[in-house]
Design a protein around this ligand. Structure first.
Ligand SMILES: Nc1nc2c(c(=O)[nH]1)N[C@@H](CN(C=O)c1ccc(C(=O)N[C@@H](CCC(=O)O)C(=O)O)cc1)CN2
Length: 306
């Protein structure tokens, strides 16, 4: 088998951001509406800080108004809920996201359900979950990582996945379940597999489209991949990389890997996303697309399709 096509998520994300920027300029010129994105972070988790920084920077580059609330780790749930409620009431804010994970003393579900569903650009509110699971993708805000993964799948296979077997490994509310719904909406035959699935490698080898969202570094080896499959790796795992040498403090340097062993899977797949540079950048691009969509809705004009 020839080496797989490397699906370039960074390039696809850049194209979406370019379109969002152009459409934002048109929206603002026509209606005066400037899309507003509010990002809320609680605590100092370094990875979360990077993601939030990147979201705020990209929002500004798109021509949005970008609002960042950085709250200390010990912020009470009541204070966080008040921040969210105030953003719900702010007419200049079209999208609200609370960066996850939250500190343990805060009830994540309660915070998410407090966000106005019409500003829930992460697509995590039960109203949006319900819209997606009833197939109302026109009304739903779709969670950004699955939405971005779906665009990458479409780039390779087109819009209609009739006759394709898709296996999603992972059943989280944020990635696995919405991913399965999107694949189903595109007519794929979908299996959701997980750690308790019997013969997981065998189930995965039945997949024309294999989506890995398990959060375990390089768990899906070549043995999980059917010849000619399209492999989408949602995992982002930082692991020690002694081959890169030591940091100043004497500990090994680290590197990012996905949930798929890229080298092995690429020998069998037709196309595969790398980590980094695959699904990750699409998450931020789709957040911009969702925010623009929310602003278009509030201005009463039709939102562009991505
Ligand atoms: N409220 C939310 N919280 C979290 C979400 C989310 O969609 N909404 N997703 C993840 C984190 N995340 C965005 O928030 C995110 C993760 C990774 C990337 C990304 O671009 N990754 C790069 C590598 C970056 C690096 O060097 O660390 C890549 O894969 O190329 C963007 C966004 C959890 N929380």
């Amino acid at each position: 088998m020839a080496e797989a096509r490397r699906i370039d998520g960074k390039a696809a994300a850049a194209r979406i951001i370019e379109n969002v920027t152009a459409e934002t300029a048109a929206l603002t010129a026509k209606t005066g509406t400037v899309p507003g994105l509010a990002v809320v972070i609680v605590g100092e988790d370094p990875a979360s800080q990077v993601y939030v920084g990147s979201k705020a920077k990209t929002a500004t580059a798109c021509g949005f108004k970008s609002i960042k609330h950085e709250l200390p780790a010990e912020t009470s749930e009541a204070t966080l809920l008040k921040v969210v409620r105030d953003l719900n009431e702010d007419a200049e804010v079209h999208g609200i996201l609370v960066q996850l994970p939250l500190p343990e003393h805060v009830d994540e579900a309660k915070v998410i359900q407090t966000i106005d569903p019409d500003k829930d650009v992460d697509g995590f509110h039960l109203i949006n979950v319900g819209r997606l699971s009833t197939g109302d993708t026109a009304a739903a805000f779709v969670p950004c990582t699955p939405a971005g993964s779906m665009l990458l799948i479409r780039e390779v296979l087109g819009d209609d996945l009739s006759g394709k077997n898709a296996v999603v490994v992972g059943r989280s509310n944020i990635v696995g379940k919405p991913m399965a719904q999107l694949l189903l909406a595109a007519n794929a035959t979908v299996t959701i597999a997980h750690s308790r699935t019997k013969d997981l490698p065998g189930v995965c080898r039945g997949a024309d489209i294999l989506v890995a969202a398990v959060g375990r570094p390089e768990m899906l080896t070549g043995d999980y991949v059917k010849d000619g499959a399209v492999v989408i790796d949602v995992g982002i795992n930082r692991i020690e990389a002694p081959e890169k040498g030591l940091k100043e403090d004497g500990t090994p340097k680290t590197k990012l890997v996905g949930d798929v062993n890229y080298e092995e899977a690429a020998r069998k797949a037709a196309a595969i996303t790398p980590v980094p540079g695959g699904v990750g950048p699409m998450t931020i691009a789709m957040l911009m697309a969702n925010t623009l969509r929310s602003a278009c809705r509030s201005a009463g004009i039709e939102a562009p399709k991505f």
